[in-house]
Design a protein around this ligand. Structure first.
Ligand code: WQD
Length: 334
């Protein structure tokens, strides 16, 4: 297939692009490089440096830059949309930024897809749509009550996609990622996220001597060791999930909303211990207060992904998550 990957130079997007290239698809990446990196681009793919808020540019990309084309045949078979701001904490302080980029930007993408006759969209949604869990593991039937504005933008986009399906015949896959982590197990992607706030890159920066310590946000949760438990899913697994989801919606002409998680809960302390063992670095850690809005435990049911996509996380064990990440960070160690 010929695929437009919007946000394809980012951390998750570059892993998705790599997987689709490996499977023989043709790729064009559209990215404004605000957090994406040139070094995450591959020689086999086309690249358009563009912003999703620039509707004209987006339309040109979606229609193959040929506004006078005679044929109305779509240029792309599918869009994979990963372009968003994703810091949940920041979204509570700067909702405007998330409204404009995540929501307005996505509406531009949907309208450009309609104009370009592109019928299939794979969307990076998030477990943040669920909010505080009423039960665990979270399945797709769990009510969606996002606790932060970021999660709200993801839920709204899922609803827009539902309407564009009804009104414009767009097929979509909403992929509700749990905690994305790890780096390409074959070592082909090395771009580091700038100013990370997520646990694993923070631990890696401490291991590499770029920050003095890891702050553990609370050890008094109702979990076995008192620290927060999350479902970490390797980006290579996520990338395979995109492939399976696009195949599913095109083959069955049917949309899909599905969790992508490992179904395994790992605590903050367990991740730090694994990182110490694998890196051989002491990684100083200090317990500080809870971070507002953090639930004690989040784990996914990926039963649906297994049943309909034949997808199961293969690389999401703590050792592979940490080892593949340390491979990238150790080169930056002081
Ligand atoms: C993981 C655990 C923290 C940093 C976020 C988004 C969510 C989704 C995934 C995209 C928690 C603890 C963290 C630190 C710590 N994103 N922690 N010290 O908050 O589960 O989820 O990423 O869709 O929307 O909110 O991820 O990596 O920030 O935290 O102790 O310096 O690590 O309290 O228990 P989170 P995280």
């Amino acid at each position: 297939m010929n695929i437009l990957i919007i946000g394809g130079a980012g951390y998750i997007g570059s892993h998705v692009a790599r997987e689709f290239l490996d499977q023989g698809h043709r790729i064009t990446v559209y990215d404004n490089l605000s957090s994406g990196l040139r070094e995450n681009l591959f020689p086999e793919e086309a690249f358009i440096h563009g912003d999703i808020l620039d509707y004209t540019g987006l339309l040109r990309a979606a229609t193959g830059d040929n506004t006078h084309r005679v044929s109305k045949m779509p240029v792309f078979d599918a869009i994979i949309h990963l372009a968003a701001f994703k810091a949940a904490g920041e979204s509570m302080i700067k909702p405007e930024k998330y409204s404009v980029n995540n929501i307005t930007g996505t509406i531009n993408i949907l309208n450009a897809a309609v104009e370009g006759g592109i019928k299939n969209i794979v969307f990076s949604s998030s477990a943040a749509v669920y909010g505080e869990p009423e039960y665990l593991p979270l399945d797709e039937k769990h009510p969606t009550n996002p606790e932060n504005y970021y999660g709200f933008t993801k839920r709204e986009i899922e609803l827009f996609l539902g309407w564009y399906e009804k009104l414009k015949g767009i097929r979509f896959a909403n992929l509700r990622y749990f905690n994305a982590a790890g780096y390409d197990v074959k070592g082909r992607i090395k771009g580091l996220e700038q100013n990370p706030a997520n646990l694993i890159p923070v631990i890696m920066e401490a291991a590499a001597g770029k920050r003095p310590e890891v702050q553990i946000f609370g050890d008094d949760y109702d979990t076995p060791d008192g620290t927060g438990v999350r479902d970490y899913v390797h980006v290579n697994d996520l990338a395979l999930g995109h492939l399976a989801a696009l195949e599913y919606i095109t083959r069955n002409d049917k949309s899909l909303t599905v969790n992508l998680g490992s179904e395994t809960g790992i605590s903050v302390k367990e991740i730090i211990e694994a990182a110490r063992r694998i890196s051989g670095k002491p990684i100083p850690a200090r317990i500080v207060g809870r971070r507002p809005g953090d639930p004690a435990k989040l784990t996914a049911s990926s039963k649906l992904a297994h049943e309909v996509l034949g997808w199961t996380a293969r690389y999401s064990d703590p050792d592979t998550l940490i080892r593949s990440t340390w491979e990238v960070y150790k080169g930056t160690a002081k």
